[in-house]
Design a protein around this ligand. Structure first.
Ligand code: SF4
Length: 284
């Protein structure tokens, strides 16, 4: 890791996205991907403990938190390979709030080099979500919800906060946010066939989010080899987007870049080092 750079183990670029597997000093690896030529998505952990069933990043469990120099190193390394990166999102492998202090330090470093940072979180720990809502500077905070009922939330985000707890904090904080800060917060809903795409689940979701007046990100699912789950059909995806817009929500759908095979929510993969004592299996 000379000069803060990470070893580029693999270049999985194609179809518009530039995606790289990056080696860490202990032999573990994470991935980073450039969307649309200018937005770099980096990882915050080796693996993830939240265990969302649709996600390849957490499918092999949790390895370890990334150090600050490894967060910075992803930016330095990919910037050395791809020109024109103007923003960073901590939305790759890992739950950023589980590596809270280093992610805060990373956003401070990024500000010093003129890179705005956004992040995606499953919401917990809630005590760490609150300062991201109210205090920490960021360009965007996307909170993954993926459900309207507790049963489906427990299925989709097994080790994230319950909807009751999550919306309790949102209900206490969002109404007090200034307009500019509120506009940077979004709620995400990843549509999975037969799990959370039926009308009753969407109804329940709408009831929870209606009063918050936050932007909604409706994500299409990119199938990954670590599970056999299926995306909602394109027709259903468009139908739900139209329904939410009809209900008055500002709905953003997945960009084309995030629907490509080498990008999108939950597609990045981690590997641990062969000598690491952690439980994450080695990828071949
Ligand atoms: S979707 Fe995010 S929070 Fe869930 S397992 Fe994957 S990396 Fe972790």
């Amino acid at each position: 890791m000379a000069d803060g750079m990470l070893e580029v183990l693999d270049d999985i670029s194609g179809e518009g996205n530039r995606r790289f597997r990056l080696g860490l000093r202990d032999g573990a690896a994470v991935e980073a991907v450039v969307y649309g030529g200018d937005a770099l998505c980096i990882s915050s952990q080796v693996g993830c403990a939240v265990a969302c069933p649709f996600c390849a990043s957490g499918a092999r469990g949790f390895g370890r938190n990334l150090e600050l120099d490894e967060l910075v190193g992803q930016v330095m390394t990919v910037r050395g390979l791809v020109n024109g990166i103007v923003r960073v999102t901590v939305s790759g492998i890992g739950e950023p709030l589980h590596n809270h202090q280093r992610v805060v330090a990373f956003t401070e470093w990024a500000r010093t080099v003129g890179l705005p940072v956004s992040l995606t979180t499953s919401g917990g720990p809630l005590a760490r979500l609150r300062p991201w809502l109210e205090l920490h500077p960021h360009r965007g905070l996307t909170i993954s919800v993926h459900a309207g009922t507790e049963a489906v939330r427990a299925q989709m985000v097994p080790h994230g906060p319950s909807l009751t707890a999550l919306f309790g904090v949102l209900g206490q904080t969002v109404p007090g946010l200034g307009r500019g800060r509120r506009r940077k917060v979004a709620l995400a809903y990843l549509l999975m066939a037969g799990i959370n795409d039926h009308e009753a689940e969407i109804d329940a979701f709408v009831e929870r989010v209606r009063s918050l007046r936050l932007k909604l990100h409706l994500y299409a699912f990119n199938p990954v080899p670590t599970n056999d789950l299926e995306p909602a059909s394109e027709a259903r995806y468009q139908q739900i987007a139209a329904r939410l817009r009809g209900d008055g929500f500002d709905v953003r759908r997945s960009s084309q870049a995030r629907r490509r095979a080498n990008g999108g929510c939950g597609t990045l993969v981690a590997a641990r080092s062969a000598s690491s004592p952690n439980a994450l299996p080695v990828l071949q």
